[in-house]
Design a protein around this ligand. Sequence first.
Ligand code: AMP
Ligand code: MG
Length: 509
Amino acid sequence: MTTSLHPAIDPSRWVPLTATPWVNRFATELPEGTFYTRQPGEPLPSPRMLHWNPTVAALIGWPAAIPPESAEHWTSAFAGSSLIPGSDPLAAVYAGHQFGHYVPQLGDGRALLLGEIQSPTGEGWQLQLKGAGRTPYSRMGDGRAVLRSSIREYLASEAMAGLGIPTTRALCLVGSRQQPVYRETVETAAVVTRVAPTFIRFGSFEYHYHKGDHAALAQLVEFTIAHYFPVCQGLTGPERIEAFLADVVERTARLVGDWQAVGFAHGVLNTDNMSILGLTLDYGPFGMMEAFDPGYICNHSDDRGRYAFNQQPAVGYWNLTRLAMALSALLDTDSQQRALDRYAPVLTEHLHARILAKLGLQHPSLDEDDAPFIKALFGWMARHRVDYTRTFRAMAHFNPEGDNSALLNGFAPGLADDPWFAQYAARLRQEARPLVERQQAMNRANPKFILRNYLAQQAIDETTRHGTTVMLERLLTVLAHPFDEHPGYDDLAAEPPEWGRHLNISCSS
Ligand code: AMP
Ligand code: MG
């Protein structure tokens, strides 16, 4: 594959890494100017490879460890300082609704799409640097990402993947102690290399629609469908667009259902942070539910709670209506609505299935309506503010034939008196599933390990102060397999200490 060189790219910056073929379909099939601007990274001084993720490397067919003889090249390439032959770095343009308001131009302000490689199994994987310097879409920003938020994104991507939730992945983390970044205080810079089939967002479509360039919109829709939406195969015209929108609606519904089931709050669900593939995208001030509070606001900058935990299902729908509006140039209102109407039933069905699995139940209630039972479950969880993850995990020890007061009152005093548990016991008795089988199934549905803010903070403190990654590595070990027991790692399943309960996580990253 030949690559068109950006005039600013000095040939001496190219470093050979692997023989992997680059395909770069985004750059070769869509024109520059309309969809992106070619752009090299801004060199990062004294870069250091802080972590290389063998799991993601294996996914894309790359070595489990960086070859020591060329380590310097790899580090410099993923710092954005040098370029990998075959890659074709660019910044993509998009727009988006931020906190309900349309912003006509955003774009990769600090991300660079290096290009797309083809893995040995034939899959296309895009590689993107986050924090590699300014681009034409940086607006007032410095194009950088701080080490603190880069560690959070790195850990969260891999934690979500471990939980089986669709997400962008993290290949490696490069830091620099020589690049100051000014946020509330002076911090240092880092670059995370993200990996996904594509980083196209709802906002990518909104940009062309609101600009009135419907030809570009149609071109982006066709590119997206042709490469990422096999369900549309064989369909033409409006039917093809409706099937595309319906599939995005369903993927988003299942994603939001997954988030609610594990207690993940994204924090900034603007349409520019909504992946067209239904992946969790753009980790910022996210948080995992600890003491259960349905109105949990993880983003300290979100003072009105627009993106509170219990608002996510409604926000997911609203964001889809913004996407549908962008597609209105190609699809009539009735067809849009038909696609959007898939949201509520798919989300409810998916979420209920996940909650029943967490409770070890195999069948819906006799009247086929689990909503009241699930509502009552969340009711006592909220009243007693029990730890979401630890409580579900411990429910595997609930015995429908015996006395559960020690177990339940251990979660919260007086909890055993809640009438919900009699209903639960009755349903378990009805199903008569062998105890051991149920316990094993519940342990596959209820993670023991989640990325609690205080744990991420410990990894951040260690790496920023000492440049070491002991905690980061320990966390990745358990988060990659969060349903398993990990002898010697039980401290990472603990509820937060007092200092870690109300960490102030803002948008600043
Ligand atoms: P985010 O809140 O990270 O999803 O970013 C929203 C928009 O602001 C995107 O277009 C980003 O590329 C851009 N942005 C965020 N931080 C920076 C930064 N430090 N420099 C340049 N652009 C940024
Ligand atoms: Mg974003």
